[in-house]
Design a protein around this ligand. Structure first.
Ligand code: OKP
Ligand code: ZN
Length: 352
């Protein structure tokens, strides 16, 4: 029995410099869910298993690469936040619209014009952490593109799949998974598929590639009828222009368990097989976990392993980019289960 190859995992300690303070939840001030403990929990679990995972430092993403996905004005706003005072956290609060206004990305008070969600704050460390988070995704993509690894993992934090070309929100500042896909494209890939298994709709990735027939975007998530991000993630959203049919949303009801999830996943798998991409990006949120504090699905740690195995069995060179998944003592083993599943599936060992 041959061992599965070691999975390179990218992480930079600077990603821990950003500590969003709190969030309002129905009038209650709660600790912000996007904590450093999430990343630390994942890192500790991976470090404990050197037979299967090796931690590496990412190469810093270029501004040119960031601009291949993002409006330079969004980047400018995140950089503007670097001049906040050390102790300040800025919550976008003015969301002016419908007037003849020109938001200035050099002015922190205009941040609401570059943001869609008041629960996604800025501090002087946001840009630093977001840039290294994106660097993990892009370096993982380069590692797979070059053939150095068949599967690579980006321990990206803060997450990215809600960030659009021009807006931050949903705890996301830079679109990490989109950047990974774009990087594979510029590396010469014919077609790329992004499969988003975070419990929230990947609205950012959907928007970035909405008109692009060369990137298939798929998201499985809690129905936006009653779940964040509310406005997007419906099955009717299929892509625009020449890209019609290259976006697939699979909304599922609250309480979806491993068995029900499998049906949605099979739909996604069939679409990917039909599209026949040369690379796969997995927007790997683990907030489908039954005890996740933000999620509304009921997957177990073992279910996450089976999901990984099914995706791995596609046999595609794969970049897994961490998205959501909130703190429980199990976050590390959940990510490990998913990644080990990917490796097992890729090896051709059948799911039982
Ligand atoms: C980010 B990712 C709770 C409101 C919900 C936004 C959730 C962002 C999830 N008070 N806040 O997809 O895991
Ligand atoms: Zn999520």
């Amino acid at each position: 029995m041959t061992a599965t190859p070691v999975i390179p995992c990218f992480f930079h300690p600077k990603q821990l410099k950003f500590k969003p303070k709190y969030e309002w939840a129905f009038g209650e001030k709660i600790e912000h869910p996007e904590t450093t403990a999430r990343a630390e929990g994942i890192l500790a679990a991976l470090e404990q298993d050197p037979e299967h995972f090796v931690i590496r430092r990412p190469v810093e993403v270029t501004e040119e690469m960031i601009h291949s996905v993002h409006d330079p004005r969004l980047v400018r706003m995140l950089q503007t936040a670097q001049s906040l005072r050390k102790t300040d956290t800025f919550y976008p609060a003015v969301f002016m619209r419908g007037m003849d206004i020109t938001p200035d990305p050099g002015q922190i008070s205009h941040a609401g014009s570059f943001c869609f969600d008041s629960g996604t704050p800025l501090s002087r460390e946001t840009w630093l952490a977001a840039r290294w988070s994106a660097s993990c995704a892009v370096t993982a993509a380069m590692t797979v593109a070059s053939g150095d690894a068949r599967i690579a993992y980006a321990l990206s934090r803060p997450p990215g799949h809600h960030a659009t070309r021009g807006l931050f929100g949903g705890y996301c500042y830079l679109a990490n998974s989109s950047l990974a896909a774009q990087c594979l494209r510029t590396g010469g890939a014919r077609r790329v598929a992004v499969l988003d298994i975070d419990v929230h709709h990947g609205n950012g990735t959907q928007e970035v590639f909405w008109d692009d027939p060369d990137v298939l975007t798929i998201s499985l998530h809690g129905s936006p009828e009653n779940f964040f991000p509310f406005f997007t993630g419906f099955a009717e959203e299929i892509g625009g222009g020449a890209a019609r049919g290259t976006n697939l949303n699979v909304p599922m009801p609250e309480g979806t368990d491993g068995q029900a999830y499998e049906m949605g996943l099979e739909q996604a798998i069939a679409r990917i097989l039909d599209y026949d991409p040369s690379f796969l990006v997995v927007a790997a949120g683990v907030d489908t976990y039954e005890r996740d504090p933000m999620g509304n699905f009921g997957l177990t740690t073992e279910d996450l392993g089976r999901v990984g195995e099914r995706i791995g069995a596609l046999g595609l060179p794969t970049v897994a980019v961490q998205e959501g998944g909130y703190y429980t003592p199990h976050i590390g083993r959940n990510v490990k289960s998913l990644l080990a599943g990917l490796a097992e599936g890729a090896r051709g060992k059948k799911a039982s």
